[in-house]
Design a protein around this ligand. Structure first.
Ligand code: PLP
Length: 391
């Protein structure tokens, strides 16, 4: 099998599986229990928390708090709904405050913002044409009414890296009280950044995108946000995770997250170079195929994602063809694939509906090889020649 769907999810790494097995088989007590077994797994959970936090700070002095959640989706919801509700003002018939996002966010950000819009908050979207954040839009929309700015770091469909630092600076200059959140699910352990270098108060990450188990994510929250009480929980209960996310901790998932993050950070440079090598090989091979176009962002990008438009062949047709050859790729993002709508990020990038409908996403990492890149390209070339073209 050629697995070029690493942005949808990754195979859990060997160390992550071992850590998970340890929690399942040996340290299965509830980490909140006060008996010996509970204290023991509680300590392992705290070690994993430190490992993930330190990976987020790339070994530099870490600060702030890491709250474990069930997913990147939940972390985004906690960041957005939790921060907006903490700052909410009574509705007086006019807007309760402005939320700024980009026009190519993940569904978990869009849907959380839509729910807040229904409550009376105003949501404004900043364009990302060509994979670049419009700073003109940012300057036009940033004013004293902004209570939250949430923008992803790496786009899950095009790989575009957005200059969130400049965006957050623009917002803070006009709205010093605003909270700045970054969905870094597709950037964590793919490029080097820290919450500080991107100027974020809160950062979302997800375990299964970096070789940990599915069902574990985390929200980083700065000390300032915690001190100023600019966040409230969205899940209530037993008060776990500093009362910001109640629910018995998913200790197997957490331990796998810690193990995967630790291994990734230790091996970062090599893994990055290996991913770049696969990208270069793919770009080289794909550039020789007629009838396709790579949608490469104008600015910076993560190395492991290439968006490809195969003119006149529906992505669904191409996906089935690839699947029959044991090749896994996505049409747009896996998270959006259940919907019938045209991908928002691709439309935001500048693709027409027809082009977006014929676009596939290749996502790969250090575990893929140059041979897979070559094989993939020859399958694609064959597919372009043999599949039915739409008019
Ligand atoms: N944000 C981005 C940019 C994503 O690509 C994804 C998933 O693909 C998520 C958030 C959601 O993460 P999870 O799958 O952990 O819910």
């Amino acid at each position: 099998m050629i697995y070029f769907d690493q942005s949808a999810t990754t195979k859990p790494s060997e160390t992550a599986v071992q850590a998970m097995l340890d929690a399942l088989q040996n340290s299965y007590a509830n980490p909140s229990s006060t008996h010996k077994a509970g204290v023991e797994i509680g300590r392992k959970v705290e070690t994993a928390r430190k490992d993930v936090l330190s990976a987020l700070f790339f070994g530099k002095q870490a600060s702030g708090r890491l709250i474990f959640t069930s997913s990147g989706t939940e972390a985004n919801n906690l960041a957005i709904i939790g921060s907006v509700h903490s700052k909410s003002r009574p509705s007086n018939g006019t807007s309760r405050g402005t939320i700024l996002i980009s026009d190519s966010e993940h569904a978990s950000v869009n849907a959380a913002c839509a729910s807040l819009e229904a409550e009376g908050f105003t949501v404004k979207t900043i364009r990302t044409n060509g994979g670049k954040l419009s700073m003109e839009d940012a300057r036009n929309y940033a004013d004293g009414s902004v209570i939250l700015c949430s923008c992803m770091l790496a786009n899950n469909e095009t790989g575009a890296l957005y200059d969130v630092k400049t965006l957050f600076d623009i917002v803070r200059a006009k709205a010093p009280q605003a909270v700045c959140h970054c969905d870094a699910v597709q950037a964590f352990m793919k490029i080097k950044f820290t919450p500080k270098t991107i100027g974020a108060d809160m950062v979302t990450i997800s375990g299964h995108k970096i070789g940990a188990a599915k069902g574990i994510g985390a929200l980083y929250i700065s000390d300032d946000v915690i001190k100023a009480k600019k966040i409230t929980p969205i899940i209530y209960g037993g008060g776990q995770e500093s009362a910001l996310r109640s629910g018995t901790l998913n200790s197997p998932g957490i331990l796998s997250f810690g193990a995967a993050a630790k291994a990734d950070v230790q091996d970062f440079d090599k893994r990055f170079q290996d991913t770049v090598a696969v990208r270069n090989r793919l770009m080289d091979a794909l550039s020789k195929i007629q009838g396709i176009r790579m949608n490469i962002p104008e600015g910076q990008h993560v190395p492991g994602i290439i968006s490809v438009t195969v003119f006149s062949i529906k992505s669904e047709t191409m996906l089935n063809y690839m699947s029959a050859h044991d090749v896994c790729v996505s049409a747009g993002s896996a998270c959006a694939s259940h919907g019938t709508h045209v991908s928002r990020p691709l439309a935001a990038f500048g693709l027409t509906d027809a082009e977006a409908d014929c676009t596939i996403r290749l996502s790969f990492n250090h575990s893929n090889t140059a041979e897979e890149a070559d094989q993939f390209a020859s399958f694609l070339a064959e597919g372009v020649l043999s599949l039915v073209h739409i008019k």
